[in-house]
Structure formats: C-alpha cells, structure tokens
Design a protein around this ligand. Structure first.
Ligand code: THU
Length: 131
C-alpha cells in the first residue's frame, strides 16, 4: 500500500506537468491501485477547449491502458485555498472503473478533505442500470 503522503506528493508533482494554457487551472491526480502502485495524471487542455481531458481521467486511462484493474483511492491536487472535487464526467468514469473509492482533495498548503465516491456520485447510471 502506498502511503497517503506518497500519493499526495505524486498528485502535487503531476500537477506541475499540467498543460493548461487556457484556464491556467493546474490539476494533478494520483490514483492508487489495489497493489499499491501509483498512477498519475494532469489536465491536458486543447485550443478547441472541448477536447480538454481532466487530470483524473488521464491518470485512470493511463492505468487502464497499462492493464491495471482495481483501485483503492485517488488524490486530486490544485493550488487554490478551496479544494477541487472531480467534475461530473470524471465522477461517471471513476465510478465505472473504481467504484466506491476514497477521493482525497488537497492543495500544496496542506489542506485536505476526504470523500467517498458513493457520496460524490449517488444514484449512478452504470452497467447495472443496463440490466
Ligand atoms: N479539471 C481537472 O483536471 N479536474 C477536475 O476535477 C476539474 C477540472 C481541469 C479541466 C480544465 O483543464 C481545468 O481544470 C479548468 O476546468
């Protein structure tokens, strides 16, 4: 199992690699899998705006494309006095691949909040809804 400190450090470090010239809102994510490995992502923006991908989905898709299945928790890092929860699209995708994991929001000043996916994303539409 990765330590929470290591996971937070990985999210803050990933944030520094964000490609966010349009919003200037830099986000980092670090996703821990059930073997304790850490998968990182940053937001990657595009001049067309709509093709932007959030840090959480970059981290998740990197891990899934590396053959990883089973996740334990994700840290989302921004440099704001308030903290940033995953957007709606990321909640949908995180729910599908990670289920009810812990979502830990942090900033570099040491502020921290912990949530569970089932609270952030109640009454989800998912594969079980398809019958
Ligand atoms: N963003 C993320 O990377 N994760 C979130 O949870 C919220 C938003 C990014 C998308 C965009 O590049 C910038 O933050 C502003 O919305």
């Amino acid at each position: 199992m990765a330590t929470l400190d290591a996971l937070i450090a990985a999210a803050l470090e990933a944030r520094r690699r964000a490609h966010a010239p349009f919003s200037r809102f830099l986000v980092g994510a670090a996703l821990e899998d059930t073997e304790g490995r850490i998968h990182t992502g940053c937001n990657i923006e595009n001049a067309t705006y709509g093709l932007t991908v959030c840090a959480e989905r970059v981290a998740l898709f990197k891990a899934v494309s590396d053959g990883i299945a089973g996740f334990r928790r994700v840290v989302v890092a921004t440099d704001t006095p308030w903290l940033t929860p995953p957007c709606g699209a990321c909640r949908q995708v995180l729910w599908e691949f990670c289920g009810d994991i812990e979502v830990i929001l942090v900033n570099p000043a040491g502020k921290q909040e912990t949530h569970r996916m089932k609270d952030l994303f109640p009454r989800a539409f998912d594969a079980s809804t398809l019958g």
